[in-house]
Design a protein around this ligand. Structure first.
Ligand code: ASP
Length: 311
């Protein structure tokens, strides 16, 4: 029995008016990405290919904060991070600080397949992408008019708040939104997870969050579960969140629902952190949870109808 869940970020409602048409566009984007992964699982594809296909679709959708449509760093450029993990043999690929890779999750997959290293960043990662024959684009490709406007507004608010004193633009009062991720269990019982992000709007150039860090934002192990997180990455890094959920199953005998509930409701909320996650266990049970007003998400299990949710 296959199971697939995806997310498009957790946080507050977007600042711009969240019209019915805009909500419908988010729902459509989620449904299309879910279908891209589900098509593979339907035809005995593996969980790893399914999460890559779903995340690639979300990276290409300018509504989400990954690939095209990523938020901007303090220097006004897009810097992208991604990771992918195979729960069968714990192979993983992670990439960060990319400025020119059209689909960061595909580069993460190439790193996983190469297998000699796990985590590549910056120029080195991009030259590996060239060798791997991946599509490179100008940084402008990622920057949509909405993100440019968000960046200008953030700069203005910050300048006003500090009466002209220059500080990092990053505002932790404003939960981020739009990072994307996917977790899957395929018909053969294999688990996989992938996450991709532009990070947090106004982040210091060079800042890397939880998303590409194996164990923090992304983790998969066939014996336990697959997890992809979204929210304030600094907290997910500090709590090694994705691995924490897996460890609760492995060493504590937790059910997935209890592990996720303790992680999000008690631990993260107790720390004042905002975010959410999606997870699937080895039996195909899907759990999604967030302590923010919304989390864009969708899921489907073999033989059941797909569900798309926001609130
Ligand atoms: N967790 C991501 C990061 O901190 C942001 C997000 O999920 O929205 O980079």
């Amino acid at each position: 029995m296959y199971a697939l869940a995806i997310h498009g970020g957790a946080g507050d409602l977007p600042r711009e008016p969240f019209t019915t048409a805009r909500e419908a566009a988010y729902r459509r984007g989620l449904a299309q990405a879910l279908a891209a992964g589900q098509r593979l699982l339907e035809h005995d594809g593996c969980a790893l290919d399914a999460v890559q296909a779903a995340v690639t679709a979300l990276e290409d959708d300018p509504l989400f904060n990954a690939g095209r449509g990523a938020v901007l760093s303090a220097d006004g450029t897009a810097e992208l991070d991604a990771a992918i993990m195979d729960g069968t043999d714990l192979r993983a690929g992670a990439v960060a600080q990319l400025r020119h890779i059209r689909n960061p999750v595909q580069l993460a997959r190439a790193v996983l397949e190469d297998g000699s290293q796990v985590f590549l960043v910056g120029d080195g990662a991009e030259s590996f992408a060239r060798q791997a024959g991946l599509a490179l684009v100008d940084n402008d490709y990622f920057i949509t008019p909405d993100r440019r406007q968000q960046f200008e507004a953030l700069k203005l608010r910050q300048t006003q708040a500090n009466s002209g004193v220059s500080t990092p633009l990053l505002s932790l009062d404003e939960p981020p939104l739009g990072t994307v991720g996917a977790v899957a269990r395929d018909g053969a019982g294999r688990l996989a997870a992938a996450t991709s992000t532009g990070g947090i709007a106004g982040k210091r150039s060079g800042r890397v969050g939880d998303s590409p860090v194996i164990g923090a934002g992304t983790y998969a192990d066939n014996h336990t579960c697959a997890v992809s997180t979204t929210g304030h990455g600094e907290w997910f890094l500090r709590t090694v969140q994705a691995y924490d959920i897996s460890a609760r199953l492995r060493y504590g005998g937790y059910s997935l629902a209890n592990a996720v509930s303790e992680a999000i409701v008690q631990r993260l909320s107790g720390l004042g952190a905002a975010g959410g996650l999606i997870a699937v266990d080895r039996l195909g049970e899907i759990v999604t949870r967030h302590n923010t007003p919304i989390m864009f998400r969708a899921s489907v299990r073999e033989g059941e109808a797909a569900a798309v949710d926001i609130y």
